[in-house]
Every structure is written in C-alpha cells, then in structure tokens.
Design a protein around this ligand. Structure first.
Ligand code: C5P
Length: 288
C-alpha cells in the first residue's frame, strides 16, 4: 500500500541567533510558519529490507544521502522495530536549497507515515526526538503550523496561528550555504534582533498587521554581496503591496505577506517573469 503525505514548506517569520554552542551549532530563537507550498512524499512499505528513494528531480541524492532516507534509517534504529523495505518517491514543488526546509520536510513526512503505519502508540514528542537526530529543522517540520523554535531548533512551543493571509515566495537563482552563512555571524556584532515577544503578542491578539511588521531575519545582515537580489526582491514585494517582506532561513528565498489575494496573485505573476521560482501560497495548519 502506498501512502502519499504532503510535506509543507517552512518560512521564518523571525530568525534570531543567540550564540554559538560548544557542539558547533548555534542557539536559535525562530518563529516558524508552514505554508501550503508542499512536496508530495509517497511511501510504500515492502516486506524485504532495502531503501529506495527517488524524486522527480534526478539530481537529488538517493538512499541515505537524502534526508528522507536518513529519517527512515533513524526511525528503525531508534524504535528497534524490525527493518522494513521502503520505497519513497518525492514529487518536488518546494525549491531546493532555498531556506524553506524542503528536504527536512520530506524527511518529516516519511517519519509521520512510518509512525502512523508501524508505531501508532508513539507520542509526537518521541517522533520529534528522532527527527532531531536527522536535522535541526526536522522536529519542527514533523509538527508544522506556527511554532517558536529554540535551542538548535528542536525545542518547540506552539503559538497561535498566523491570521489568514496570502503569501508570495520568490527564490532567486543562486544558493547560499547554510554552514558558510552561520560562519559569517558574530553574534555580538549583530545590529538588530527580531522582537520575538512582540510577534508572539501580535499572534495572540490575531493582529496580522502587527505580526507582519515584526518579520526579521538576522542572516540578512551578513549576506555576501552576490546576494543583492534578496534586497531587490524585498523592495519589489513591498512596492507590489506586501505588508512586509523578509528572507526565510539561510535564504535566499524571500517572502511577502499580503492581506488580500488579488494583489498577492498579481505580485506573484509580475515577479515570476523575472524569477521563475515564484509561488503563491497561504499559511498551513499543524500536521499532527
Ligand atoms: O542540523 P542541520 O544538519 O540541518 O544543520 C546544518 C548546518 O547548519 C550545521 O552543520 C551547522 O553548521 C549549521 N547549524 C548551526 N546551528 C543550528 C542549526 C544548524 O550552526 N542551530
């Protein structure tokens, strides 16, 4: 039997870096939001052991080189359940290397399917712990919705949902290496930090405008010069009527939040002429 699970993209409403940790990672404080732009992850359990991961983008890694494969291996290792064969096919819609946790979300989708099929008694928290071994964004991607993520990204607190709105996401045609961008950050030298508590209060009041005004990502301060299109897209989104715009994750994708659908669709069309990877989407709800 094949089970197809949506793997929603993640946007950072805020991204703050609090300090470097002895384990080489950074302590973070981020408000994450999943959106309706999603990959489709089809999982088939087979009687004989073996892992087959394919995607409609042929350059994606197969087997355990893919986060979906790492997730499957971690699931059987941590649960001690007898190893089953797995055939996973991923239809990609989320741009790759975009700051939208596309790979982590595919891995999280595999973990959700495996829990449902093989360990329905397992708590969501235990599944998220397994996810944490696969990647820093995977625990959040298991849960989805609007969440405060702290620690390495795995300490999760549910927040009230972002009020209904329309979102345009645009990925310029270059990539940014996450570890290299982290290496550029000197926490003491960051000039601004997001006002995470004020965003939280805006979400609690269901105030979209106040929430939009709190978007902020500290990585924008340390982007190399070649990433100038990030700022160009931000100002284009604002000119086209977005209430606010920000880069997501380690970039280079930029998103704008719109109150109304029509200007958002028009903005997506205009930006899409210059940046083919431009998407219209909405906030998505929690997965589990
Ligand atoms: O956990 P994940 O494999 O997704 O992290 C990729 C890289 O991003 C890490 O190797 C590390 O360089 C950086 N990272 C970090 N602090 C975090 C999360 C990721 O420095 N909280």
């Amino acid at each position: 039997m094949t089970c197809t699970e949506p793997a929603y993209a993640k946007l950072n409403l805020t991204l703050d870096i609090l300090g470097k940790r002895p384990d080489g990672y950074h302590d973070m404080r981020m408000v994450m939001q999943s959106v309706t732009l999603a990959d489709e992850v089809s999982v088939e359990l087979l009687p004989e052991p073996g892992l087959d991961i394919t995607a409609d983008l042929p350059f994606l890694p197969r087997g355990e080189g893919n986060i979906a494969g790492k997730a499957a291996a971690a699931f059987f290792r941590e649960t001690g359940l007898p190893q089953r064969g797995l055939s996973v096919h991923i239809r990609k819609h989320i741009p790759v290397c975009a700051g939208m946790a596309g790979g982590s979300s595919d891995g999280a989708a595999v973990l959700r399917v495996l829990r449902r099929a093989l360990a329905p008694e397992m708590s969501r928290e235990d599944l998220e712990k397994i996810g944490g071994q696969v990647g820093s964004d995977v625990p959040y991607c298991i849960r989805g919705g609007t969440v405060l993520a702290e620690g390495r990204g795995e300490v999760l607190t549910d927040l009230p949902p972002l009020p209904p709105c329309h979102i345009v996401v645009c990925k310029p045609q270059f990539s940014v290496s996450t570890p290299e961008l982290f290496a550029q950050v000197r926490v003491q030298r960051l000039r601004f930090h997001p006002r995470t508590e004020e965003l939280r209060a805006a979400l609690e009041q269901g105030d979209l405008e106040a929430a939009a005004l709190r978007l902020y990502n500290v990585f924008e301060e340390v982007l190399p010069r070649r990433c100038a299109p990030v700022f160009e897209i931000k100002s284009r989104l604002l000119d086209l009527g977005a209430m606010a715009a920000s880069m997501t994750g380690s970039g280079p994708s930029v998103f704008g939040i719109f109150r109304d659908e029509e200007p958002a669709r028009a903005a997506a069309e205009v930006l899409g002429e210059q940046f083919p990877q431009t998407f219209f989407c909405r906030p998505a709800e929690k997965n589990v």
